[in-house]
Design a binder for this molecule. Structure first.
Ligand SMILES: [Zn+2]
Length: 362
């Protein structure tokens, strides 16, 4: 795939970064704000939307994009990560069966979340790219457990694909969302390879990096990233699910990944952690250089006399209009606009990162 195409017919260059608009909103900012940061798309969370909104609301608005009046690309996850986190937490009532995930969000409520259900909700959301439900390989899994999660992931992927094909058989190709499967297998590279090959055979538009991308020494697991990228075919979308830190995005992009999503820029912004490029003009940014950025802590009292912008490199609303002092003041008095301006800034940092990677590809 050369471009990402939305159901509305818009095209975007890869790589793309999708910040998390979990419940159809990025905290503290609205769709117009997101647009102004030049962020091409957002990710919504299937499980949370399914909990918060009724199906008839989604149908009435003809999808989540229209509901939030978002004009860019929009993608959804399978909801699996949230559901699995609830179930695999020790002491929780619930289990993963071959049929699907069974759990009890409240004492009286029982939910069976199946691969088919996940596809059904995502099709109702009308997102441009949807992900099939998978069985998360725990980071401490032994080989036998890892193998079981891989087999179930493959089985669920097959069921998802069948269901997707049935539900979209009357749609022309341009009106079908991209369908993404998830490669599991934990640290076991042979299992990762096996999983990727089986999924590739079933046939998907793209493949995601499943499980925790952190190895036993606590570093980013590039080994698995490489195994996935090398075994999913040249023309696939390769999605670093939940990835990540700027340097991890660059590292995975070098290995062939072209889609990313993460809560980091928006969550960090609300914790006064801003990202700034370590150079003095936008043209000089080199994202392949070590330490190409640093963190800026926005709420310190000592900043109250600093008249300079947070970053001279950045052209966001915060940096083009307000001083470090004013932002520090807004944070210190606990005003919501501090969250808005900081979030806008961090999203612009990530959209510049994508622009630089696109440029570097030529
Ligand atoms: Zn800025």
């Amino acid at each position: 795939v050369k471009y990402f195409k939305t159901l509305k017919g818009k095209r975007y260059n890869f790589p793309m970064f999708f910040p998390d608009a979990t419940r159809g909103v990025i905290r503290a900012i609205d769709s117009k704000d997101i647009e102004d940061t030049k962020t091409p798309g957002v990710l919504v969370n299937t499980y949370h939307l399914f909990q918060e909104l009724e199906e008839k609301t989604i149908k009435k608005f003809n999808g989540i994009s229209k509901f939030m009046d978002w004009k860019g690309a929009i993608v959804s996850d399978s909801g699996g990560f949230q559901v699995m986190s609830i179930v695999k937490k020790s002491g929780s009532r619930g289990e993963v069966t071959d049929e699907g995930v069974i759990f009890y969000p409240t004492r009286k409520r029982k939910i069976i979340f199946t691969p088919e259900k996940s596809i059904e909700i995502q099709l109702a959301l009308k997102t441009d790219m949807i992900v099939v439900l998978d069985d998360f390989t725990p980071s401490n899994a032994d080989k036998k457990t890892a193998k079981e999660t891989v087999e179930r992931t493959i089985d669920w992927a097959k069921r998802s694909k069948d269901y997707f094909d049935k539900k979209t058989k009357n749609l022309i190709k341009a009106k079908k969302p991209y369908l993404i499967a998830v490669v599991q297998g934990g640290k076991y590279q042979a299992l990762r390879k096996y999983c990727a090959e089986k999924l590739l055979k079933i046939g998907f538009d793209g493949f995601g990096y499943g499980g925790w991308p952190i190895n036993e020494s606590g570093d980013f697991d590039y080994k698995s990233a490489r195994t996935i990228s090398e075994n999913v075919g040249k023309d696939s979308i390769v999605w670093g699910l939940g990835i990540g830190k700027p340097e991890e995005i660059v590292g995975c992009f070098k290995l062939g990944f072209n889609v990313f999503d993460c809560v980091l820029p928006t969550r960090d912004a609300r914790h006064k952690r801003l990202y700034i490029y370590n150079t003095d003009s936008i043209d000089k940014i080199d994202v392949y250089k070590d330490k190409f950025y640093s963190f800026y802590s926005a709420g310190k009292r000592s900043l109250l006399n600093d008249n300079s912008p947070v970053s001279r490199v950045c052209d966001c609303l915060l940096c083009s209009r307000y001083s470090r002092a004013y932002l520090a003041h807004l944070f210190r008095i606990g005003d919501i606009s501090a969250h808005r301006l900081a979030t806008i800034h961090n999203l612009r940092f990530y959209s510049i990162l994508m622009e630089k990677l696109i440029e570097s590809r030529g």
